[in-house]
Design a protein around this ligand. Structure first.
Ligand SMILES: [Fe+2]
Ligand SMILES: [Fe+2]
Length: 198
């Protein structure tokens, strides 16, 4: 059934709002799961931005006369579907968490591109302006996440084993100090260039 452009705009705003609600839920746990201080900071900063997005979109919905209960119902329904998707890609390592967050930012980018386009056709300049502000935040976050992929991969790798001389059969071997991180296991504790002397 064809909808009026105003109905369409309310629907796109409702969708954007439910995506922000989903993102809020996910970002609240993300800093603890990040496994890296820089990644954790990224998630915390975007959590603050996302709280602002949620409020801005809710205000646009209210300005259009969408009643809070109707908004809430739609959010709950959309939220359920979104949660299934989330469960399937449950991030259990910093790498997967970052990849998942990256996909979510792009979902938001697409949602705001569509919202802006519908709002422009409906002549709702305030929603166009709000949409552009939020879109810029989402694009910046996805770029920052992409730049953080190497950190996320590092944070996902298990720490290397810490060996003692008792764990290896070699004795009195040369330790070369002209390389980066020459003696990570401290085989040469007196630093005389000979490892595992006894
Ligand atoms: Fe957002
Ligand atoms: Fe976002």
């Amino acid at each position: 059934m064809a909808r009026s452009i105003d109905d369409q705009l309310t629907k796109y705003l409702t969708d954007a709002h439910s995506i922000e609600e989903q993102t809020l839920q996910q970002l609240r746990g993300a800093p603890d799961a990040a496994g890296d201080p820089e990644l954790a900071r990224l998630f915390r900063e975007h959590l603050a931005e996302t709280e602002r997005h949620e409020r801005l979109i809710r205000e646009r919905l209210e300005a259009r006369g969408a009643t809070p209960s109707r908004v809430k119902d739609l959010v709950m329904r959309a939220g359920g579907a979104g949660f299934l998707l989330f469960a399937r890609v449950q991030p259990d390592t910093p790498g997967k968490l970052t990849a998942h967050a990256f996909s979510y930012e792009h979902l938001e980018v697409a949602a705001y591109e569509c919202l802006i386009s519908v709002a422009r056709r409906a002549g709702d300049d305030e929603t166009v302006s709000v949409g552009r502000t939020i879109l810029a935040d989402e694009q910046r976050m996805s770029e920052r996440l992409a730049a953080a992929f190497p950190r996320a991969v590092d944070a996902s790798l298990p720490p290397p084993p810490d060996l003692d001389c008792g764990d290896i059969s070699y004795r009195r071997f040369r330790v070369i100090y002209t390389v980066p991180d020459p003696d990570p296991h401290r085989f040469d504790s007196d630093r005389d260039g000979i490892g595992c002397e006894s």
